[in-house]
Design a protein around this ligand. Structure first.
Ligand code: G
Ligand code: MN
Length: 239
């Protein structure tokens, strides 16, 4: 019923807060219940007959929206489950979305959101196939649950690590979070990975992350998820 919408949250370069891209986040504009977040309905969608059509729609819409954004901040990140990564036709779907929107493959990031890839013997090959399209691959919530160092070792196609917000939010409260982030900066640098800190909410966190050398960040401080037309068109947000 065309009740799905995508909201976009900016990802910034910490040094000067220039917007380098956006993460597309699915929302359901429900006629009676209002705007619903994935947490409210994703358990019905995942592993159901709806998952593939919704993924196809999200990919097409995100590529289309990104193609309208200013060059330079056009990069768009889409969340993709392991079941979707396992679809034989996903490279074809992604290729078609890129062609139809004329988005450059390097402007699309597929963000891997959970763990079932690890148990698939063909996981690395599936990612390599997607990677060969020229799109970037990111791992979400890095450092918690499944998304640990083993994931990087197992899947060399990964380009971007998104550091879980729990590390950012305990910055300033414990020394270990700061040490973990410092080590992550070093690991990312030496391994050629891009690093994005998630869940940045305060100026103190932003300042500390910048000091620790984290290149990119995302969070309410820089912008809340918002409909495409309201996503900041300018080249800088925040203070
Ligand atoms: O798992 P993933 O990192 O993709 O989750 C994205 C979700 O995190 C979105 O639904 C978004 O609304 C939420 N989010 C984005 N920025 C922040 C933030 O600064 N703080 C918190 N607590 N949540 C955030
Ligand atoms: Mn995500």
């Amino acid at each position: 019923h065309e009740q799905f919408v995508l909201h976009y949250q900016p990802i910034v370069r910490l040094r000067d807060r220039v917007v380098i891209g956006h993460e597309a986040l699915l929302r359901w504009q429900h006629p009676r219940r209002g705007l619903l977040s994935p947490a409210d309905f994703l358990d019905v969608v995942l592993d159901s007959e709806y998952e593939s059509p919704i993924t196809d729609w999200v990919l097409a819409q995100a590529c289309f929206d990104a193609s309208k954004m200013p060059a330079g901040s056009r990069r768009v990140t889409v969340n993709v489950s392991s079941v979707q990564v396992g679809r034989r036709d996903l490279p074809h779907v992604v290729g078609r979305c890129l062609n139809e929107s004329r988005l450059d493959p390097g402007e699309l990031v597929l963000e891997l959101t959970e763990d079932r890839l690890l148990s698939r013997p063909d996981g690395a090959e599936l990612l390599a196939n997607l990677h060969s399209l020229g799109v970037y691959l990111a791992i979400d919530d890095f450092g918690t649950g499944y998304a640990g160092l083993g994931y990087l070792q197992r899947f060399p196609s990964i380009d971007v690590v998104k550091l879980d917000r729990s590390f950012v939010q305990s910055l300033g409260h414990d020394a270990i979070s700061e040490n973990i982030i410092r080590s992550m900066v070093e690991l990312a640098r030496s391994s050629g990975l891009q690093l994005v800190a998630e869940g940045v909410e305060t100026e103190e966190q932003a300042a500390l992350l910048a000091e620790l050398g984290v290149p990119h960040a995302q969070g309410y401080l820089f912008g809340r998820p918002a409909p495409a037309l309201e996503a900041p068109p300018s080249d800088s947000v925040g203070a």
